[in-house]
Design a protein around this ligand. Structure first.
Ligand code: NIG
Ligand code: FE
Length: 411
């Protein structure tokens, strides 16, 4: 079945196949066609052009996009969307003066979510997670990465990863799974972190590799969680099982984790709220994508990733939500794009590039996702009638999405 979008006011993010990621000043450009058409067949982009040169098509279903903008769907390269229950009480505790760190030290935080998840059946976890996945798809997310890391036992980590696998099987959205067993040290291992690392490396990783439950490996490299040495150990072990590194790093402190990520050719280094000049230097010349998570900064009241320093140093930058129950209970990429503009001084073009082309890179999906390119998946956001694409980040908090298409089908 062919699908033809006609009279598109602005068709955004037109790239050729060679565009993998956008760095530095390249991020300012957002190639577009005004008054355009676009043809979809078998779930893929076949062709597009200006309305004044539209060929005659037969047997096509037509969508009139007059006054509307068509852009690639958002790509969310960092989430913890599979979790059990919520942490509403910690939200209130923070309002009343406790810090994120104090809550974690009292046994709240990640360990709180792990306890809830261990007590939740796989079926119930699937139901709760599927609801969130449907929610983010409606908000324009058309590819998503999901991490484990709220299990922290072999059984519970496998439970999380099997739920992700089931989501992959049952939904049209592209999903990549990440093993984040090194998210926090469980209480039982508090005095013996090395034994927990051994459990991750010797027991969990081989099982995960055998069942092909993850593409990536992640670790929370941070004071009070895992050290630079632990990060070496986990990434090296991951490599043996073909798990590509993507790490949580520089959220609260700069302790040298970015350098380890680069050494292991990490696909991305994520958070980066606290960056010193050496951290930016380390990323230069690497293939590692820096990823900012501004709705985490908003929710926790911590600094925003210094996007200007990163981009103005000639580096690329991607944006993601970090959707999770503790630091970011929101999977709204529209808000992320707005926050990037408002709080990180990114231009709308830079923010849209960071949430599409560069985000696709951070998920290893550059060949199929992230731009309007012939042969790529027909994954789009069709907006309501709005004045221009800049209106999306400008009118923060509003929903201007008319419809979302994944593989050429309206969801
Ligand atoms: O990316 N920083 C580490 N992990 C998550 C939050 C974990 C939690 O609080 O549950 C994050 O922000
Ligand atoms: Fe995270």
């Amino acid at each position: 079945m062919k699908l033809l979008f006609k009279n598109i006011k602005q068709l955004l993010q037109i790239r050729d196949n060679a565009t993998i990621s956008l760095k530095g000043s390249e991020m300012k450009e957002l190639p577009k066609l005004d008054d355009a058409w676009l043809l979809v067949e078998d779930g893929k982009i076949v062709d597009f052009g200006k309305m004044e040169e539209i060929p005659a098509f037969e047997e096509v279903e037509t969508v009139d996009a007059s006054g509307k903008i068509l852009l690639p769907g958002w790509i969310d390269s960092h989430t913890h969307l599979v979790y059990a229950g919520n942490r509403e009480q910690e939200f209130v505790d923070r309002i009343n003066g406790l810090t994120y760190e104090e809550i974690a030290n009292k046994g709240g935080g990640i360990l709180n979510s792990a306890k809830k998840l261990q007590e939740t059946s796989e079926e119930e976890l699937y139901v709760q997670s599927a609801r969130r996945l449907e929610e983010v798809m409606k908000m324009g997310t058309t590819a998503i990465e999901i991490k484990s890391g709220y299990g922290l036992t072999t059984d519970a980590e496998l439970k999380m990863l099997r739920v992700i696998k089931r989501l992959k099987e049952n939904y049209p959205i592209a999903i990549k799974a990440t093993f984040l067993g090194a998210h926090a040290v469980p209480k039982e291992y508090k005095e013996n972190k090395d034994a927990y690392l051994d459990l991750l490396v010797d027991e969990m990783m081989p099982k995960i590799a055998e069942e092909q439950l993850a593409e990536y490996v992640d670790i929370f490299c941070e004071k009070g969680y895992f050290t630079v040495e632990d990060t070496h150990k986990i990434l090296a072990a991951g490599k043996k099982h073909n798990l590509i590194p993507k790490i949580h790093v520089n959220q609260f402190n700069s302790i040298g984790g970015i350098q380890v990520g680069v050494e292991y050719d990490a696909l991305s280094v994520d958070h980066l709220e606290v960056m010193n000049p050496e951290d930016i230097e380390a990323l230069k010349g690497s293939r590692t994508m820096p990823v900012a998570l501004p709705s985490c900064s908003l929710f926790l009241g911590i600094p925003y990733t210094p996007a200007r320093d990163i981009i103005d140093a000639g580096l690329p930058l991607a944006l993601a939500t970090d959707y999770n129950p503790g630091s970011t209970p929101s999977g709204n990429m529209n808000l992320v794009v707005s926050l990037a503009c408002m709080k990180m001084k990114m231009n709308p073009e830079e923010a849209i590039n960071a949430a599409t082309v560069n985000a696709a890179y951070a998920m290893g999906l550059s060949e199929t996702h992230g731009s309007v390119t012939k042969g790529k998946q027909a994954n789009f956001i069709l907006t309501e009638k709005i004045p221009s694409y800049g209106f999306l980040p400008y009118s923060f908090g509003a929903n201007h999405i008319d419809s979302v298409y994944i593989n050429g089908k309206k969801i």
